[in-house]
Design a protein around this ligand. Structure first.
Ligand SMILES: [Zn+2]
Length: 207
C-alpha cells in the first residue's frame, strides 16, 4: 500500500474524530498535518496506529491503535482499544480487536506473512495472544514502561518462551515525533480510565 493509500485511510478515520474536546482536537490537527518521513520504513504505518489510537480516546477507550499489514504492505485489518465502548469488555485491547477480526476472516496465516503494528508495546495478555496467533512480527511505536511485556518476556513460563522462538517483537522504525505522539495520546486519558476500572472492581466487592 503506498503512502497516498495509507494517508487516505487515515484521513477517513480522522474525519470520524470529533472536535469537542480541545486536547483531542489538537492531536487531530497534529496528525492531519504530519508528513510521512520516508527515511523510516514504518513511519506511515505507525502514523495510522496513532490516528486509530486517537479515535480510541475519542470514543472513551484507551488510546492504543493497531493494524495488521500483509507482506505486500496492505493493511488487512485495523482497530483500536474497545475496553469501555461500546460496552465494558476487559479483553478488548487494540491487538485483540484486530486479531479477533482477522481470525474471523479466516485468511491462511501459514501462507502469508503478516506484521502487526501497535502504537504501544503489548501487555502480557496481548503478548501471549500474539505468540499463539502465529503473527511472526510485531512492531510497536512507544515502549510501555509500566505495562509492557516485550521487555519482560524472559519472565514468561517456558512453554510460551518456546512458542515465542523465531518471532520478532521490537520497536518500529519511525520518527521520534510519532513515538512521542503514541505515548502522549495513550496518556491523554489513561489515569482516568484506570480509576474507572478500579471503581468497577470496588463496586463488585461491595455487592
Ligand atoms: Zn494488551
Amino acid at each position: 500500500m503506498n503512502n497516498e493509500k495509507i494517508k487516505e485511510s487515515g484521513l477517513k478515520e480522522i474525519a470520524k474524530i470529533g472536535l469537542e474536546n480541545e486536547k483531542i482536537s489538537r492531536w487531530r490537527t497534529r496528525l492531519l498535518d504530519y508528513k510521512f518521513n520516508d527515511a523510516y520504513p514504518d513511519d506511515k504505518y505507525v502514523w495510522l496506529t496513532n490516528v486509530l489510537a486517537l479515535k480510541g480516546v475519542n470514543s472513551g477507550n484507551f488510546g492504543v491503535g493497531c493494524i495488521l499489514v500483509d507482506v505486500y504492505g496492505n493493511v488487512v485489518v485495523q482497530g483500536h482499544n474497545e475496553v469501555f465502548h461500546p460496552y465494558f469488555r476487559s479483553d478488548r485491547h487494540a491487538e485483540m480487536v484486530v486479531m479477533d477480526e482477522f481470525e474471523d476472516i479466516q485468511l491462511d496465516i501459514s501462507k502469508i506473512q503478516f506484521t502487526l503494528y501497535t502504537s504501544l508495546e503489548s501487555c502480557p495478555m496481548c503478548f501471549v495472544r500474539l505468540i499463539t496467533s502465529g503473527v511472526n512480527k510485531v512492531l510497536y511505536a512507544s515502549p510501555d514502561m509500566t505495562g509492557g511485556m516485550v521487555r519482560e518476556k524472559k519472565n514468561l513460563p517456558q512453554f510460551w518462551l518456546d512458542l515465542y522462538e523465531g518471532k520478532v517483537f521490537s520497536q518500529a522504525r519511525c520518527s521520534q515525533e510519532l513515538i512521542n505522539a503514541a505515548n502522549e495520546i495513550f496518556h491523554l486519558n489513561v489515569d482516568e480510565l484506570i480509576k474507572k476500572i478500579k471503581n468497577i472492581h470496588a463496586m463488585k466487592k461491595r455487592s
